[in-house]
Design a protein around this ligand. Structure first.
Ligand code: IMP
Length: 176
């Protein structure tokens, strides 16, 4: 792996505190409802696993695979479905869990795709949001942290498959 210059942006403690807050608000929203919590692979696996444990009501877990970056730091602009859900969403309340909204293309694609499956509602959550990078609109019900338009890794987010296992979020500086 190339030598990357990483600087810590959001600590493990800050992430876990924010997840508890979001989890508490989702618990209120989803109590006594039939909920499918959709993890968008690969980037949101870590956020998703912490978030669903912070939701104190029943949820069905399912997984959606998409790819849009193809090993670079820039979105290809084309979203590819790599794994479909195994649960019917018809009449159910969907919790869509993303790691980061950058251009908004992936979230927009996912929301349109899920809408065709006739859910009762879609609640969209992203751990990170880069408002300055926006190209298309997408509805976000909760955001963990708004960040600048810099490439970040860690806590599920990768660069060429690496750094997903960092327990914090780091900004990527120069590539040597
Ligand atoms: P968007 O379609 O441009 O909003 O990008 C969404 C997807 O691109 C996310 O689900 C991530 O997988 C990836 N992505 C966007 N920005 C970053 C970043 O700063 N670091 C790592 N992955 C990113």
């Amino acid at each position: 792996m190339e030598n990357m210059n990483l600087s810590k942006l959001i600590t493990e403690k800050e992430i876990q505190k924010r997840i508890k807050e979001i989890g508490a608000s989702l618990t209120d929203r989803f109590r006594d409802k039939e909920v499918v919590a959709v993890c968008v692979l690969k980037g949101s696996f870590m956020f998703y696993s912490d978030l669903i444990r912070a939701i104190d009501t029943e949820v069905i877990c399912d997984f959606f695979g998409v790819s849009s970056y193809q090993n670079s730091m820039h979105s290809s602009g084309e979203v590819k479905l790599t794994l479909d859900l195994s649960t019917s969403l018809e009449g159910k309340h969907v919790l869509l869990v993303e790691d980061i909204v950058d251009t908004g293309l992936t979230m927009n694609y996912l929301q349109h795709m899920l809408q065709t499956r006739k859910p009762a509602s879609i609640t969209s959550i992203s751990l990170l949001h880069k408002p300055a990078a926006k190209k298309v609109d997408c509805q976000l019900d909760e955001v963990g942290f708004e960040i600048k338009d810099n490439f970040v890794v860690g806590y599920g987010l990768d660069y060429q498959g690496y750094y997903r296992n960092l327990p914090y979020i780091a900004e990527v500086g120069n590539i040597n």
